[in-house]
Design a protein around this ligand. Structure first.
Ligand SMILES: *[C@@H]1O[C@H](CO)[C@@H](O)[C@H](O)[C@H]1NC(C)=O
Ligand SMILES: *[C@@H]1O[C@H](CO)[C@@H](O)[C@H](O)[C@H]1NC(C)=O
Ligand SMILES: *[C@@H]1O[C@H](CO)[C@@H](O)[C@H](O)[C@H]1NC(C)=O
Ligand SMILES: *[C@@H]1O[C@H](CO)[C@@H](O)[C@H](O)[C@H]1NC(C)=O
Ligand SMILES: [Zn+2]
Length: 957
């Protein structure tokens, strides 16, 4: 599963919030919430003392093979004469071996209605069931007590028949609804088993190491198609109760884990490519297939799959790969073996309408799921505590897979921003947990779900990047090949991985201790700050946190790549002690600068003595290209974070943005924008923004010019990072009043207004151009955009226009727009909240939006009725409050109060938790309050210094 589910949480929180102080807090809060989901855990029906401490299946029975029949009672095209029952029924026969004598069978089963049960031995003679219970606790055990004891080394069969509901649950076998041609209701049955939901479809030994072969038959209406992990073996038509059905039988699967099973019944269509050894099909709604929306995914899938076959040196073992775009999925993609399921938006690409970001997302998710066909499907972690063996690898290899199919994108470099920089930021704010937890610390489905967090995905991928760089890519790959071969169709844990990487390193005669080094990174929290004094050559490390008082006494084995001025040579060192230790290589002679962690392949930050910082800044300002591009971004990111942690002055950090006037690369700009955003929010809040605006205008003007040739023609450069930097250029230049940019936007908009059918604006630029032109324009521009919004036939442009309409500065138009949001004929009910929230996002309009909500409260509650989520989103968005699921209680929804400062809210929220509060939530809140206080204090200390800096630097030299 791609990590978006949790990563978006974090980034969404960052986008939504206005106050700088909140940013840090919410991200941390949500990642921790991820770890401790706040949902109510069903009360065990048995007294806790009777529960075994262990929630795992006993090791006494080992499954070998399942024979499964599923009948899916679903009409994909319901009409007024068909009755929809929305249920499934079936039976399963599991063959298992007994390895420890026992009178009990424990097997997972959840929310199923068992209608038949029989236990048999090898000779098919029945063993009587004395009793069975389905405990209503998190273990989801079906416990079957037999009259006889099962014998060691004997084989048995358990036959069950069952039925269950098909609901909109996103778990197990469920219904996803969609509209054909935007009107007729359509239904499909699809599945999502990861991590512990296969037990909702049939009774099974639902643990990843309980691999087995599955023989599946699906019985479905004869106007539908059924798919499963393997290819279709046979299809027969039958009549059941006067209705025509198809019995589709599939070939037996490989030896595989239950969480990778998948079943689908639908009437989609597919794009198909025959690669000889296998056939790849990408399925979607018929109209999406006809419009070519699946073409991009279909085109890259085969290429990426072949690339992975080459680098892992193991062929994809199935004769087919189906990929399905469904309307509803928990996450963006699920790697089910041979039947990958995607959220529609993560796989369908609309040429000429979708942005570059969308294309990147699709490529990334497809590559991620394809990498799982090896890391996860072929070799699976023994238990969920080692989930990173799936997810860190899939994340890491998505960069290489995309780079293969889109070589002009520079995509490999983006691991630095998306994973490394992202996690360095997260892990500097709070203490999380190590990547590797012990097996018995992950027990319940709640624990297991909590493993799907940014540490597993992003920190995992960052560490793999560091390791592959340290070992060299070829040694790393050789180690992985041998690991995959050794454990294929089987399970592994992290020790197995270290063992095979060590073997590969030994062959190369390098004295590297993989396990020793990697345990310091995977079994410890956080990361180090490396401090280098270039006058003495002293180097040392310490745990890096913004809040020093929470730092721990930790030591890592830190691979350091370093270079010096005037030399392209990169030296490699391994720092294994806390230090300081003196090493000649870090000593600079004369005016020579020293740069460590070259291109940030290591998961840490670096600080230098002030003279070395000055020399690096000097180099950036005179000839920035002497410093590699990722390092240019990393120097900015390190400097700002070191300033927040009070290791260096904020003026030093601000100085790292001076060279941007000459910079055209994306990574340094992106890093600077991200870090300045924090400062910008703070200055906006303190209402002293002018000098910063002037400074940024001066810095971005040359960047705008750099891309102007493309921009004025509404076209884009080839490279992905160049395209993203063009968006940065236009966005910043238009926001900070670069005249040319505003003129370009207004002109382009007016040309489009004159002749909407012929003027093509590149999808990447539309949002900025619309917003700038509407903000600069008046009623005429707004009315035109409104009309285009009403008439737009594609959802992508419609959304851009809807949001751009909020950019107007005229209160009259804003008020009119707010009124329109409550008219479901004009703005879809689903879009109402985001529209209002977008209006409220800018500080100066918040009151306007808030007044509107207060005076229309009755109408709003009428429209949304019982839809508390929407009301909550609205209040949270508009009041820009500390947002979390649990925050708003019933009273708040009835009587929204005016926004109150964040700190007070946090304190109130903590108070409201009361006696039964979840201890981890309380802990998180205490952290958040403490950090908010620290941030406010930091702002107070630095505000004047920052204002002065911008005042001095906003004037041209
Ligand atoms: C069912 O729908 C069809 C076509 O929409 C319509 O002609 C027919 O009258 C409807 N039948 C009933 C019983 O409502
Ligand atoms: C649908 O259900 C109604 C009422 O339960 C029943 O009278 C009718 O025969 C059913 N129709 C079909 C096609 O099964
Ligand atoms: C399971 O269901 C299928 C289809 O209804 C049936 O043919 C088969 O006999 C059933 N198997 C068992 C063991 O009940
Ligand atoms: C369980 O299945 C039986 C037999 O199909 C059915 O009669 C009964 O209503 C089902 N119970 C529930 C709770 O679905
Ligand atoms: Zn994944």
């Amino acid at each position: 599963m791609p990590r978006r589910a949790c990563k978006t949480l974090a980034t969404a929180a960052v986008m939504v919030t206005v106050l700088a102080v909140v940013i840090a807090m919410i991200t941390v809060y949500q990642i921790l919430i991820n770890k401790y989901p706040s949902e109510v855990v069903p009360e065990p029906t048995v007294a806790p003392s009777e529960l075994p401490l262990n929630m795992r299946l006993p090791r006494s029975l080992i499954p070998d093979r399942y024979r499964i029949y599923l009948q899916v009672h679903l009409n994909t095209k319901p009409s007024n004469i068909t009755n929809q029952t929305f249920s499934f029924s079936g039976n399963s026969t599991v063959k298992f071996k007994c390895v420890e004598a026992s009178k009990w069978i424990y097997i997972h089963c959840k929310d199923l209605n068992l209608t038949f049960m029989q236990v048999m031995d090898e000779k098919w003679s029945t063993i009587d069931v004395k009793n069975f219970t389905m405990e209503n606790d998190e273990r989801n055990f079906l416990e079957i007590e037999l009259t006889d004891t099962l014998r060691v080394n004997a084989t048995y069969y358990l036959v069950t028949a069952f039925n269950g509901p098909l609901v909109h649950s996103l778990a197990g076998l469920y219904i996803a609804q969609y509209r054909e041609n935007q009107h007729s209701e359509r239904y499909i049955a699809t599945s999502h088993m990861q991590p512990t939901e296969a037990r909702k479809v049939f009774p099974c030994f639902d643990e990843p190491a309980m691999k087995a072969v599955f023989e599946v038959t699906i019985i479905h209406r004869n106007d539908t198609i059924a798919l499963s992990n393997t290819a279709e073996k046979d299809e027969v038509e039958i009549i059941i109760e006067d209705e025509a059905w198809l019995i589709t039988e599939f070939f037996p699967t490989q030896n595989m884990s239950t969480y990778l099973l998948a079943f689908i019944v639908f009437d989609y269509e597919a794009k198909m490519t025959d690669y000889g050894r296998y056939v790849i099909k990408t399925w979607a709604r018929p109209e999406a297939i006809a419009a070519g929306h699946a073409d991009y995914a279909q085109r890259i899938t085969g290429q990426i799959l072949q690339f992975f076959e080459d680098i892992y040196d193991i062929k994809y073992p199935l004769p087919k790969l189906d990929q399905i775009a469904v309307s509803k999925l928990n996450g963006n993609g699920m790697e089910n073996w041979g039947l990958i399921i995607y959220q529609e938006g993560s796989v369908l690409y609309q040429e000429g309408l979708s942005t570059t970001t969308k294309k990147e997302t699709i490529a990334e998710i497809v590559a991620h799921e394809l990498a799982h066909q090896w890391f996860g499907n072929l070799v699976t972690m023994k238990w969920w505590n080692d989930l990173w063996l799936n997810e860190a690898f899939a994340t890491y290899y998505s960069y290489l897979g995309v780079d293969k199919v889109e070589p002009t994108w520079n995509y490999k470099d983006l691991i630095f921003i998306n994973e490394i920089q992202f996690m360095l930021h997260m892990e500097s704010m709070d203490i999380f947990f190590p990547i590797i937890t012990e097996e018995d610390e992950v027990q319940s489905p709640t624990d297991i779900n909590a493993q799907f967090n940014s540490i597993t995905y992003s920190k995992g991928a960052s560490l793999l990047k560091m390791l592959s760089n340290y070992l060299s890519e070829s040694v790393f790959e050789n180690g992985l090949k041998s690991y995959l071969k050794a454990y294929q169709y089987n399970n592994a844990d992290y020790r197995d991985l270290w063992h095979h990487l060590q073997k590969a390193a030994d062959i190369n005669n390098r004295s590297i201790h993989v396990e020793e080094m990697m345990e310091t990174w995977t079994k410890q929290i956080g990361y180090p700050l490396i401090t280098i004094d270039t006058s003495t050559g002293d180097v040392s490390q310490r745990h890096f946190l913004l809040n020093h008082s929470a730092e721990e006494n930790l030591t890592w084995h830190v691979p350091i790549r370093m270079m010096k001025a005037g030399s392209k040579e990169i030296k490699l060192d391994l720092l294994t002690v806390k230090g300081p230790v003196s090493k000649l290589m870090y000593k600079s002679r004369g005016e020579e600068w020293v740069l460590a962690n070259v291109n940030c392949t290591g998961y840490y930050r670096v600080n230098y003595d002030l003279p070395n910082w000055k020399r690096l800044l000097q180099q950036l300002e005179t000839n920035h290209q002497k410093i590699p591009v990722i390092s240019r971004g990393q120097l900015i990111d390190d400097a700002f974070n070191l300033a927040h942690a009070r290791y260096v002055n904020i003026t030093l950090a601000l100085d790292t943005t001076k060279f941007l006037q000459k910079e055209t690369e994306y990574i340094p700009w992106h890093t600077a924008i991200k870090n300045l955003h924090y400062i910008r929010l703070m200055l906006e809040y303190f209402d002293a923004f002018g000098h910063m605006k002037a400074y940024l205008q001066k810095q971005v003007a040359p960047l705008y010019d750099h891309f102007e040739g493309f921009t004025i023609k509404s076209t884009v450069p080839d490279s992905l990072t160049a395209q993203y930097n063009q968006i940065n250029a236009v966005n910043l230049a238009c926001t900070y009043n670069v005249t040319k940019c505003q003129k370009m936007a207004t002109d382009t908009f007016n040309e489009w207004k004159k002749d909407p059918s012929s003027k093509q604006i590149h999808p990447n630029l539309k949002s900025n151009i619309f917003c700038t032109a509407i903000a600069a324009g008046g009623e005429e521009e707004w009315d035109f955009a409104w009309e285009m919004f009403q008439n737009a036939t594609n959802m992508i442009d419609k959304k851009k226009l809807r949001l751009a309409l909020t950019c107007t500065k005229e209160p009259k138009l804003l008020r009119r727009y707010l009124e329109l949001t409550l008219d479901p004929d004009k703005i879809r009910k689903d879009d109402c909240i985001t529209t209002i929230n977008n209006i409220a996002r800018k500080a100066e309009r918040m009151t306007l939006a808030w007044d509107f909500i207060k005076s229309n409260w009755e109408k709003i509650t009428q429209i949304f009725g019982k839809d508390e989520d929407s009301i909550r989103d609205l209040i949270v968005g508009v009041s820009q409050r500390f947002c979390s699921e649990a925050e708003l209680k019933e009273e708040d929804i009835q009587r929204p109060s005016v926004p109150i400062p964040v700190l007070v809210q946090l304190q109130q929220f903590l108070k409201d938790q009361g006696e039964d509060a979840n201890p981890s939530v309380v802990l998180t809140l205490e952290y958040a309050i403490e950090r908010t206080q620290t941030n406010i204090q930091w702002m107070e200390e630095n505000k004047q210094i920052i204002l002065d800096w911008f005042r001095i630097h906003s004037v041209a030299h």
